[in-house]
Ligand binder design. Sequence first.
Ligand code: FAD
Length: 383
Amino acid sequence: MIYDAAVIGAGAMGSAALWRCSMRGAKVIGFEQFYPGNDKGSSYGESRMIHAVSFADPYYTPFVLQSMHIWRELEDVCGLSLVRSNGALITATADSVFLQKTEQSAQEHQVPYTLLTSVEHNTKYPQRIVRDNEITLYEKNAGFALPEACIVNMAEQALLHGADIRSGAKVTNIAWKTDTAVISAEHTEFKARRVIFCAGAWTKWLIPDLHLPLEVERQVQFWTLPCRAEDAEPGGDFAPEQFPVFLHEYAPDSLMFGYPSLDSRTIKLVARQTGQITHPDMLDRIAHQEDAEVVTAYINTFLPGLIPEPLNAKVCMYTNTPDKRFILGAPNAYPTAILLAGFSGLGFKFAPIFGDIAADLALTGATAWDISQFSPDRFQENN
Ligand SMILES: Cc1cc2nc3c(=O)[nH]c(=O)nc-3n(C[C@H](O)[C@H](O)[C@H](O)COP(=O)(O)OP(=O)(O)OC[C@H]3O[C@@H](n4cnc5c(N)ncnc54)[C@H](O)[C@@H]3O)c2cc1C
């Protein structure tokens, strides 16, 4: 049997690609070395922020807007709530490029937003105190997704549409023939016309010939308790309805991401810090005392209602490109391959639309979306 497409990795991108390929009637097989919704890749830890505005480039916004439609489609077919729109508060100094880009993306793509002065912010959201020279952009339709549940449900939809998904199946080799690829996994060979690479942090070692300049960076997610336990409970100050997700550029190139309590106990914080560059199989999965220092200092300065020392932590990975733009498309060297990689700590919110675009490319050879800025060949062109 020759599959129309083989998907390597069933994390965020892979489960989306499997779903979107299979729902179009394609014969598709997926390989996942662990299982969909695992806690070893880059898509775990209770929540992922979703906002249409972009501090990086307005180019990203239409992709997220379309993803939101597909997330809702997933919720409809599953009958589950997987993405919550509790709003996002995006704070930075008024003169920052970060805030200018964010507002520009909203304006260019008609994303509803409001701007809050520090006084307005601190009156409405006293849980987090921002400084006098800071402005906050509030995007009301933003919020967060439940990553593990999203992945499991996309994989389940793929199975329901006839996809073959192999868990515990590590791809060990891909041999390229003229019009098919032979994929080795589970001591067996599988043939497919197209190979969709969604291997996250492992991608560059799966296709070493491409010399993709991907760096895997260790990052830590922290959970902390409120000073008053009831503040995390439904209706409390840190419950989703009262506490939108937030993104704060609190110093140049220093970002803090915050989430409401989803377990009625803890609040999640993630500092975008310079982490150890590593191989995913060698990742130091233990959170050390020094990992928490930035989060503790942030709580001491901005979040008076939280206990500064985190209760729990989970180590995760960013897979960065040199320009922090994603990789999405077919490389010249392997036209039958489609790469989805290098999401640089921002990718989850794009998974549905990128899965759909991967299906376009795999099944029709083209997409109506402008993905030129994500070309896998741009690094070769720069050399
Ligand atoms: C701490 C942290 C916070 C983040 N916060 C946000 C956020 O708020 N919002 C947002 O949009 N994004 C966020 N991101 C980024 C986002 O989570 C990632 O960009 C996205 O989840 C990556 O998805 P992926 O499918 O590329 O990788 P993964 O989900 O890791 O999937 C890759 C899969 O491939 C499998 N695999 C690898 N090699 C093989 C092989 N040889 N054979 C079979 N299977 C293989 C792996 O086991 C894995 O399951 C965050 C990331 C981190 C680490």
